[in-house]
Ligand binder design. Structure first.
Ligand code: 2P0
Length: 317
């Protein structure tokens, strides 16, 4: 066991969505999903030995509540050699937490990589994926860089690096913590949405078609497929009982306005996840004009993100 290990993991944004588990114990998805790992928003997590018999977790400077602390404790047991966890975990997100900006993906990915080193497990990528997805399914996609596929069989595969001119703008419509977790919301969708079967069939086709469209990178086709997968997932939410509503009226208004930007030729494509914030994929040559347009719509808070690194240890004692 080490004394102290720090890991950093970037967020990832799904172009082809993960929504629903076919196996809730082993966290296996109904369909493949595909994401891009992005470097400017990330989680940094330190796991440190403490001599007193104590387990504590601080997130963004605050003690975690009992329920979340228990989830982290159970996750740590998947790496520990016995059940005496004399550790303190200190974790910090560079962006909003639990607002649909993939903070649980970067969070569990950073924690998994830190614990793997701290307990000197040396798990290979398949073993690490199998454990990490128990914390958060989407977290496994932050274990690799570029366009990453999380397959239906639970394992991950890098498809390709992103083109150097691709850029993502995450527009903050609202940074409130979401009202229902993705884990609970997708369970409701699987159990109650009459549209769920259609989602599974078409989303798997989208994953296959997108894999083809990523090499060589076809901006137009990847954009179309991303927007289709997003619409399918949000349709499951809308047809769930109770209805899951992450898209606020403000997000809807922004979406309608930003779509006007693509008048004759596609210069951007858009996705949304389990929260009100909106991610815009565009090319560097169009970045300034897209940002000016966002400003004219009255939005000043956004993050400009570029394809980047994967989860890794950054400090180790
Ligand atoms: C995704 N999301 O593909 C989809 C799109 C949110 C919307 O994966 O239950 O925190 O821990 O496996 O990974 C967020 O869900 O859920 C998510 P669990 P997770 O990025």
């Amino acid at each position: 066991m080490k004394q102290r290990v720090t890991a950093r993991a970037p967020i990832n944004i799904a172009l082809c969505k993960y929504w629903g588990k076919r196996d809730t114990k082993n966290i296996l998805p109904f369909t493949d999903s595909i994401s891009l790992t992005l470097q400017e928003l990330y989680t940094e997590t330190t796991v440190e030995y403490t001599p007193k018999s104590d387990f504590s977790v601080t997130m963004n400077g605050k003690e975690l509540n009992k329920k979340d602390r228990q989830k982290i404790y159970n996750f740590c047991l998947l790496f520990a050699h016995d059940d005496t966890l004399n550790i303190h975990i200190n974790t910090h997100n560079s962006g909003p937490t639990s607002a649909g900006l993939a903070s649980s993906a970067s969070g569990f990915s950073a924690l998994a990589v830190a614990l793997n080193e701290f307990y000197e497990r040396q798990y290979d990528i398949d073993e690490l994926t199998t454990i990490t997805r128990k914390g958060s399914g989407s977290a496994v996609r932050s274990l690799l860089s570029g366009f990453v596929k999380w397959q239906r069989n639970g394992l991950i595969q890098k498809i390709t690096d992103a083109p150097h001119d691709l850029v993502v703008i995450a527009v903050i419509i609202n940074d409130q913590v979401k009202s229902i977790s993705s884990r609970d919301a997708m369970k409701i969708g699987v159990e109650t949405s009459p549209f769920f079967r259609t989602f599974v069939e078409r989303n798997q086709e989208i994953a296959n078609e997108m894999t083809q469209a990523l090499t060589p990178f076809d901006f137009e086709r990847v954009g179309e497929l991303t927007e289709q997968s997003t619409a399918l997932m949000h349709n499951v939410m809308k047809t769930s009982d109770p209805v899951i509503d992450y898209v606020s009226a403000e997000s809807q208004a922004f979406l309608s306005a930003i779509k006007q930007f693509n008048n004759s030729k596609r210069k951007l494509f858009i996705t949304m996840d389990a929260g009100p914030n909106i991610k815009i994929f565009t090319r560097k040559k169009d970045l300034d004009s897209v940002i000016s347009y966002i400003n004219t719509l009255g939005y000043k808070e956004y993050h400009i993100l570029s394809p980047g690194d994967y989860a890794r240890v950054i400090d180790d004692e």
